[in-house]
Design a protein around this ligand. Structure first.
Ligand code: HIS
Length: 376
């Protein structure tokens, strides 16, 4: 094989020991917490028909799919870039008749078409949970608590949860603080950019206070309730307090009501997860509605759902402890029964296959010699 053919495409990397093992341990630990909360595991396919995958995706996200024509059928195929939309498809088709609320969890690799400077990786691990059939405050509380518990169990430090209200602007603009339809996209963009000048020039001064409402959760929520003169958000504000209560002493919680970055389909509630030492978010979640898929013979109505996805790869890279203190070299002619016992007791045995094998070179910490365990 030509050496240059062995170079991987940009944005793709193999994971080697010890990171690959640390990654497996971390995934197991996160998934065990989700399983403990009654979330059943699903394994969606890596590749789907592009049209099916797009059905629950925004146009923007669909444009970032890595596609290829299927030589068997000529159909356009795509690799998944977000497993949440696959869970939505499964909930509406194969599991349309399963009782609600339906709790599912998943873990797998997702791929995107392009990398950018901020996100150089095109292949990522995605791991998460989705609760389908109800997305009110009680569901939000469960999902958020579970995400935090999983990350804490996995030893992630310095967690910050940023709470967002992705459809807040739509709610206000279509209700108590009207903005004419034709102008909404521009005002929304000004809010997204946190651009006070643009808000003024668009005549949306009323919305200015929203820009300064980000920060520590309680004070920011207090500001939001002062801003909410007519009390239209009073219930949502009380709900948010209830949702955050179980995690507020365990992690840092912030509020950024107008932030929508990365929320492709979430509705009344969203959150972004950060961990100390990582500039990029390590997870995201929120409430959304699964579009009616009755045309495929599935459920005949939109379904509320809520969930979260973690992107734990950066955590693996930092957890690269070789963990090599239990590698035991078994020389030629050792007792195989004894070897089995060692494995049962947690040793990882490396069996000599020829005289040339060397315990030290093979990374072993111990050797079983003359009936005794010795350090290498
Ligand atoms: N899959 C979404 C997060 C999410 C899961 N469930 C609801 N929202 C993302 O990666 O951005």
């Amino acid at each position: 094989m030509d050496k240059k053919d062995m170079i991987l495409p940009s944005g793709f990397h193999d994971r080697l020991p010890p990171q690959a093992e640390s990654a497996a341990r971390l995934r197991r630990c996160l998934l065990d917490i989700l399983a403990g909360y009654g979330y059943r595991r699903v394994e969606p396919t890596l590749v789907e028909n592009e049209a099916g995958l797009r059905a629950n995706m925004s146009r923007d996200a669909a444009q970032k799919l890595l596609r290829a024509a299927d030589p068997l059928t000529g159909n356009m195929l795509a690799m998944r870039s977000d497993m949440t939309v696959q869970i939505a498809r499964i909930a509406q088709s194969l599991l349309a008749d399963a009782p609600r609320p339906l709790r599912l969890c998943y873990q797998g690799t997702v791929v995107k078409l392009r990398a950018d400077q901020l996100h150089p990786e095109r292949q990522q691990t995605q791991l998460g949970a989705e609760l389908i059939g109800y997305n009110g405050p009680a569901a939000a509380r469960e999902i958020l608590s579970m995400a935090v518990e999983a990350l804490l169990a996995a030893g992630v430090n310095g967690i910050t949860i940023d709470i967002n209200l992705p459809d807040l602007f739509d709610q206000l603009a279509g209700g108590p603080m009207p903005i004419e339809q034709g102008k909404r996209a521009e005002v929304q963009h000004a809010l997204d950019m946190k651009d006070a000048g643009a808000l003024v020039s668009l005549g949306a001064d009323e919305y200015m206070p929203l820009l300064s409402m980000m920060g520590a959760f309680e004070p920011a929520l207090e500001k939001l309730s002062t801003f909410d003169k007519n009390g239209v958000m009073a219930k949502s504000i009380a709900d948010l307090r209830g949702i955050v209560a179980p995690i507020s002493s365990k992690v840092q919680v912030t509020l950024d009501p107008t932030e929508r970055h990365g929320f492709e389909y979430q509705s009344w509630f969203g959150f972004t997860i950060f961990a100390r030492g990582h500039n990029e978010a390590i997870g995201r979640g929120g409430a959304y509605n699964i579009k009616n898929a009755s045309a495929n013979g599935g459920a005949a109505h939109d379904e509320p759902a809520i969930g979260f996805s973690l992107y734990p790869d950066p955590l693996f890279e930092k957890n690269g402890n070789m963990g090599g203190d239990n590698f035991l070299f078994l020389p030629l002619g050792h007792d195989e029964i004894q070897g089995k016992k060692f494995r049962e007791n947690g040793w990882r045995t490396v069996t000599a296959l020829s005289e040339a094998d060397d315990a030290k070179k093979l990374g072993c910490s111990h050797i079983f010699e003359g009936g005794a365990l010795k350090r290498v």
